[in-house]
Design a protein around this ligand. Sequence first.
Ligand code: MN
Length: 401
Amino acid sequence: MTTCWVPGAADTPYGVQTLPYGAFRRSEGEQRLGVRIGDFVLDLRGAEDADLILAGGALSESTLNAFLTLGRAQWTTVRRRIVELLTEAEHRAAIEPLLIPLAEVDLVMPFTVGDYVDFYSSEQHASNVGQIFRPGQPLLTPNWRHLPIGYHGRAGTVVVSGTPIVRPSGQRRSSDGPVFGPSGRLDIEAEVGFVVGVPTVLGDRVPTDRFADHVFGVTLVNDWSARDIQAWEYQPLGPFLGKSFATSVSPWVVPLEALDHAWVPAPAQDPPVLDYLREDDRRGLDLSIVVEWNGTRVSEPPFAGMYWTPAQQLAHLTVNGASLRTGDLYASGTVSGARRDQVGSFLELTWGGTEPIKLDDGSERTFLEDGDTVTITATAPGPAGSTVGLGDVTGTVHPAR
Ligand code: MN
């Protein structure tokens, strides 16, 4: 790997092995696209204006969507060029004025979300939820090993990391019948999101081996969930208002090229899946996720063990001919490992709220309280022993209105 000349960037999770894309605003400036390098953001519009990067104007837009439509060949070409600019000494004088300290910018939503789909692809998570929500019944529903279960979420309430999360109100069950009020069981779901770049036309399918032709990259997701609202409303059509009030994403979209060294064999599937879900080489991503609750590290969910892969999810999502739009976001579903300290939701961490956990300040929690902050981060293995950072997605709970 070539050495980056940007001060402090080499040997960090945000060296040239990563180069995630985002959008930023300076105090009085307009929204611009940027690439993170170390603790700086490279102003991509400035680089395009100076003909340092050629992307047909796509990087001078205020969101990533135009760039997302360009496709893998151009995504890779632009990435290679950015690596050149940040590693070759001859470009330093031209690029240095375009590097803005992260501390001087506000990071904003980097892409306009098309449709938002959320899957349910962790066997451990699905089994845990089955035990908590449907005790005495089989852990997994009969369809679970035959298709990646998902639902369509609310694209308009996907928000960038740092957006306040107002506690939702809604109906929940009580012993005297349904009551209305603020959720008392507000929870998180630590997930990994996949951002679609190249669209399809109605009627087309995306087979598993075309995943990388359509998916641009990865972003961390917190699928906030009101468990009491969810438990009362979710049968028979699935999650609705218990999820749609807010879904937070990282301000950074990490391109698939940065994750070339993170692919690992996915778990074997038994029984065998139908042909359209088959992959010659089933691969998952070895992402190490960390969940912090008010600064206390409460869980480290491993993404590598997910039962359904992102390529299978995309194949399933389009097998009926549903088209893809640029900016579509599909999330993995809550990532949970086998151990209690590897679960991706507080529902599981506190076993339905029956086993409180203690935070570092000595306080106890079952579900989120007003003022609580949750931060989800992740890393992946990069080339030559380096680490790829996936940014973070954070949010603070505000009182119900
Ligand atoms: Mn979810």
